[in-house]
Ligand binder design. Structure first.
Ligand SMILES: *Cc1c(COP(=O)(O)O)cnc(C)c1O
Length: 234
């Protein structure tokens, strides 16, 4: 049986090997361990193996684990769809949100972020062609949403995120991640310098790193298969 520690090590080796092939320093690529559907005890096990950044997709489920593990120095990333009635919970308990796709959600997150805390670190989720989920802003609307997010006092815009449809075609994986990188480059050309590309999961992290990912979000390859929970939207 593989332990979380050995699985984590294997993922770090994949990242390092690929970073080398891409002529990038491996420390430029941050690993967020996606712990959705796994209990706090597994997160603690990953922490003992050296992992500090964790991603959750469901606000309530994430909150329970955040509270249970409050004594550990963990950094929590919200990566799932954001319902407006969950914006406060997310803004009060997570450090990062990768899945901002609409201006009204951004506004609510900013309003709910407690004063005196560091700003919430956010990525805009973009619905690139072949995006697996329906969330995310259309590429044509990205510039105006990015400009809007940058006006919000309690948010710090860090970059872009996407979730392409799973495919085993490596070139197709790369071309979809390339689209996201080109959108980031286009924003930079207009003076919006962002440092984060959140892209790549268990199946496609190599393609993402070759195209410039700075955060990969990896669940299955660390924690194993998730039992299908039959969970509907929150
Ligand atoms: C579940 C999830 C992941 C992790 O996917 P794996 O295939 O298990 O690595 C990454 N990002 C998002 C947004 C997710 O919902």
């Amino acid at each position: 049986m593989t332990t979380i520690a050995s699985a984590l090590q294997a993922v770090k080796e994949r990242i390092a090997t690929c970073a080398k092939a891409a002529h990038r320093p491996p420390q430029e690529i941050q690993l967020v361990a996606v712990s959705k559907a796994f209990p706090a005890s597994k997160i603690e096990e990953a922490y003992r193996a050296g992992q500090n950044f964790f991603g959750e997709s469901y606000a309530q489920e994430g909150l329970e684990k955040i509270l249970a593990l409050k004594s550990l120095p963990l950094e929590w990333h919200f990566i799932g769809p954001i319902q407006s009635n969950k914006a406060r919970l997310i803004a009060e308990h997570f450090s990062w949100v990768h899945s901002v796709g609409r201006s009204n959600i951004a506004e609510r997150l900013s309003q709910a972020r407690p004063a005196g805390w560091p700003p919430l670190q956010v990525c805009i989720q973009v619905n690139i062609s072949g995006e697996a989920s329906k969330s995310g802003v259309a590429p044509e609307e990205l510039v105006s949403l990015a400009k809007y997010v940058q006006t919000l006092p309690r948010l710090q815009l860090r970059g872009l995120m996407a979730i392409p449809q799973p495919t085993s075609d490596f070139e197709l994986q790369r071309s979809r991640f390339r689209q996201l990188r080109e959108l980031k480059d286009a924003l930079a050309a207009e003076g919006n310098l962002l440092d984060t590309l959140s892209m790549g999961m268990s199946q496609d992290l190599e393609a993402a790193i070759l195209e410039g990912a700075t955060i990969v979000r990896v669940g299955t390859a660390i924690f194993g298969n998730r039992k299908s929970s039959g969970r509907g939207p929150e």
